[in-house]
Design a protein around this ligand. Structure first.
Ligand code: GLA
Length: 376
């Protein structure tokens, strides 16, 4: 059944419209967002679609093609709704908290963003619902201010201490572009990212290692970064310049804080270097930066797992220009920059390495930069 049919079957009416918001791949800049740093995601063609229409009883109703657990709520009190409906209730709550009059609506959801793979299925859900509510309610909320509302839904209502990258990507990305985002000022630059024109492609490999946000490791990394910034007397690790890194590490002393800080500062620099190369059209040359980012996540930030390390190594052995885990870590997806005609060979090489290690076979596909959230 299409999402419109699901809406009609559930509510006995036609939706007022359909809104879609994508998942994302982050090209480079991992865990830099909550350090006020830089990220460079692009939107996936995979997206979440929300069919939405007015709710005659003044309550919010949500159903989904993916999970047979409809959710209904009145004016949501903080964290009252749990499970998948929390992402929707959280957006309604965050808009109300920001002083908006949110229209009560009925919603049917469909999505082809793989769940739990580090491709921001939750941000896609939040962003599709938020965009629909802004449009239907005629809310005066400019695009650049929307990600912070969706992030608040996730941080405060759902309780996952994430940064602002995923919601920014889902809302602000553009077709054929990568989104260079300054996570302190929320300024963006749309970086042309037409790999096919260069004979290149990004292969995304789902490691199938389950990945979780509402867990201690992500929060622990965030806490270490905040602790290091406080010890160094700066508002955030973004404020440690690359040239000052050795002195900053000497001051920190503590081995864990040293490694966490080194990842963030070098990763911010890698984002800036990647953007500079892309602006110059030197796309192949970003490969070593991607691979260095992976090594930093593996050795210094310690957020990779065997499945993603094996996928990166196998892709590089198969001739990729660069490869790295993308997303929050502890599983999720790997991306590899490859010649466009090497997609099948690279995917096969990774699959063979997985078989050798006894890992569940990975899914791989070529990702092309798509548009951000919009009415369709
Ligand atoms: C998750 C979070 C983001 C970001 C990444 C790591 O996707 O939701 O805010 O911190 O991890 O870069």
């Amino acid at each position: 059944m299409s999402v419109t049919e699901v809406f009609t079957a559930a509510y006995g009416a036609e939706p007022a419209g359909l809104w879609a918001a994508p998942g994302r791949v982050n090209l480079i800049g991992e865990h830099t967002d909550y350090n006020d740093g830089f990220v460079l995601p692009f939107a996936l063609p995979q997206r979440t679609v929300a069919a939405v229409g007015p709710s005659p009883d003044g309550r919010w109703h949500v159903c989904s093609t993916l999970i047979n657990e409809p959710v209904s709520f009145g004016k949501p009190a903080r964290s009252e709704v749990t499970g998948w409906g929390a992402y929707v209730a959280g957006v309604v709550w965050a808009l109300q908290e920001a002083g908006f009059e949110v229209p009560p609506v009925r919603i049917a959801i469909d999505s082809d963003v793989p769940l739990g793979s580090g491709l921001s299925s939750s941000a896609a859900l939040e962003s599709a619902v938020l965009t629909a509510l802004v449009d239907l309610g005629g809310l005066d909320l400019p695009v650049e201010k929307r990600p912070a509302i969706a992030q608040r839904a996730e941080n405060v209502y759902v309780g996952a201490p994430t940064g602002i990258m995923d919601q920014s990507a889902s809302i602000r990305c553009q077709d054929g572009k990568a989104l260079f985002l300054d996570c302190r000022s929320y300024e963006v630059e749309q970086i042309p990212f037409d790999l096919a024109a260069e004979g290149l492609a990004i292969l995304v490999i789902n490691s199938n290692a389950p990945h979780q946000h509402v867990d201690g490791e992500y929060g622990a990394r965030r806490k270490s970064c905040e602790e290091a910034a406080a010890l160094l007397g700066v508002p955030a690790l973004r404020d440690v310049a690359t040239a000052d890194l050795p002195a900053a590490l000497d001051r920190l002393g503590d081995d864990v804080l040293v490694r966490r800080t080194r990842h963030i500062v070098t990763e911010n620099q890698r984002v800036l270097d990647t953007v500079a190369l892309l602006r110059d059209g030197r796309v192949r040359e970003i490969g070593p930066l991607l691979t260095a980012s992976h090594a930093s996540m593996r050795d210094d930030f310690e957020i990779t797992v065997a499945q993603v390390d094996v996928a990166v190594e196998a892709a590089l052995d198969a001739g990729a220009y660069g490869a790295r885990m993308t997303g929050g870590g502890f599983g999720g997806c790997v991306l590899a920059l490859i010649d466009a005609d090497r997609a099948d060979a690279t995917a096969a090489a990774v699959a063979a390495a997985y078989e050798k290690h006894g890992f569940t076979a990975p899914a791989s596909w070529v990702a092309v930069a798509g548009p951000g959230a919009t009415r369709i």
